[in-house]
Design a protein around this ligand. Structure first.
Ligand code: DQA
Length: 202
């Protein structure tokens, strides 16, 4: 079963009591249980972690890069200023989805910048815990073996000629009119295919 790390930054361990009008009433334990259950249905072995420590988070990102492990990441406040985290993520070797419970674009201006977004495959924000579910679905899709990943030897095109279907940017998803502030799913700037999704060379 494919392993996925769901990594969470500072103050997310306080979910449930932390600004419930912004982040909802679910606790971090609820979030972790939801991610594991969604993962099970998708055939993913999901491990959920949280830290308030930038150095520990960077260490987990290194671990993911070394193990070619896909990551769903809520960098929390590190989103907006941690170049150390951004540089660690730039070394990734598997898909990376940035998630947010709230919609930072609809909040204070300092939250409008993500230093992480440009090195992620995409960003899902504003859907509460659903942001994590959608991100895990994206990871399942991006890491699924596709027809183009294993063409018959005789019909195999050169590796560089046929990017996998998963290289296409994710479609946008409109938020419900009545729910929390508008959310967005942004495609990556480059739409580069994730390393793990590349077809093997013939
Ligand atoms: C957050 C948004 C960030 O701006 C904030 O610092 C967080 C949580 C979210 O999930 O909505 O801690 O990442």
């Amino acid at each position: 079963m494919r392993q996925v790390l769901v990594l969470n930054g500072p103050n997310l361990g306080r979910l449930g009591s932390r600004e419930p009008e912004v982040y909802g009433s679910a606790s971090f334990a609820d979030l972790a249980a939801e991610c594991r259950s969604v993962g099970e249905k998708l055939g993913l072995r999901v491990e959920v972690r949280q830290t308030d420590d930038e150095s520990e988070l960077v260490g987990w990102v290194h671990e993911a890069a070394d193990g070619r492990i896909p990551v769903v990441l809520n960098p929390a406040a590190f989103t907006h200023y941690s170049y150390a985290l951004r540089d660690a993520l730039a070394m990734r070797t598997a898909p990376l989805i940035e998630v947010h419970i709230s919609n930072p674009a609809a909040r204070e201006s300092f939250r409008h910048t993500s230093v992480v977004a440009a090195v992620a495959d995409g960003t899902i924000a504003g859907f509460g815990l659903l942001s994590y579910r959608l991100a895990l679905e994206a990871i399942a899709e991006l890491t699924a073996p596709t027809a183009s990943a294993a063409p018959p030897a005789s019909a195999a095109p050169p590796a560089s000629a046929a990017p996998p279907a998963s290289a296409a940017p994710p479609a946008s998803i409109a938020p419900p009119a009545s729910a929390a502030p508008p959310a967005s799913i942004a495609p990556p700037a480059s739409a580069a295919p994730p390393v793990s999704a590349a077809p093997p060379s013939p």
